[in-house]
Design a protein around this ligand. Sequence first.
Ligand SMILES: NC(=O)c1ccc[n+]([C@@H]2O[C@H](COP(=O)([O-])OP(=O)(O)OC[C@H]3O[C@@H](n4cnc5c(N)ncnc54)[C@H](OP(=O)(O)O)[C@@H]3O)[C@@H](O)[C@H]2O)c1
Length: 272
Amino acid sequence: MKKIQLGNTSEFLPAIGIGTWGMGGKFEADYSKDQEAIEALVKAVDLGMTHIDTAEYYGAGHTEEIVGKALKKIEVKKVFITSKIWPDHLRLKDAINSIEATLKRLGTDHVDLYLVHWPSSELTIEETMETMNELLKRGYTRYIGVSNFSVNQLKEAIRFSKAPVVCNQVRFNIQDRAAEESGLLDFCVENHVTLTAYSPLNRMDFDSPTRRKLEEVARHKNATWTQIALAWVVKKGALTIPKATSREHLEENAKAGDLELSNEDMEYLESK
Ligand SMILES: NC(=O)c1ccc[n+]([C@@H]2O[C@H](COP(=O)([O-])OP(=O)(O)OC[C@H]3O[C@@H](n4cnc5c(N)ncnc54)[C@H](OP(=O)(O)O)[C@@H]3O)[C@@H](O)[C@H]2O)c1
């Protein structure tokens, strides 16, 4: 499994981690498939996808409870937990309530990385980063970062944060390359901010030309087209966190962390 440096830290994370959106519900809690989700997380970690991405928003908190149940079956030291604070909770008092509730659900005394889930429409980025720095100072998290921030918003976050902003988690996949086209990816590389690509499989909704190219490269590589889609993201230098629950999907995704695409493969995949 390839490793990617987190910001400018001494931390190297597996290029492919595991997403949790939909495990334990989406906008509200759904308890019907808890066991399947817990087993998927344990399996993911066993396969080397030790970076677990979650958020207080997912399943109205229940997703973090599922992660917490999985953590009871895993050596906690082995995993790197990212969670996210909802933008309505960024005033310090609310933020402390949020992170404490998250930690209670996870059953841990800190998270590894805490992200601002979306920029706030009420607080300035200066106020937002003040809160995040305070949470870091109080030991609730080891690192801080942001999600869904544009280049300008990220510039501001870096300017106002005392501690390094180590990550910007954004949507990025071979079909949705806005993060690259806007200059965000280059900006992240130049400023030691790791870009984490969410929806790397575009939630399995690729158009036919993209799908055909992925399949073509997959044939040559003796791989599956979904593995090529993930390897494309990794080749761009991004961390990624595909969500998967089926055993087959998990095994496939973990193996994509060892795939090497050539420059020719990349050119072909990106050709019109
Ligand atoms: N920061 C944000 O605002 C934000 C927004 C969206 C997502 N995220 C994070 O990013 C994670 C990933 O994004 P996502 O869940 O939106 O989309 P995604 O990872 O692109 O797609 C997930 C879907 O792909 C399927 N899948 C996974 N591996 C597969 C494989 N090898 N072959 C076929 N199908 C496969 C999954 O099915 P099964 O589950 O049935 O295996 C699931 O239906 C989320 O779970 C979440 O943690 C963050």
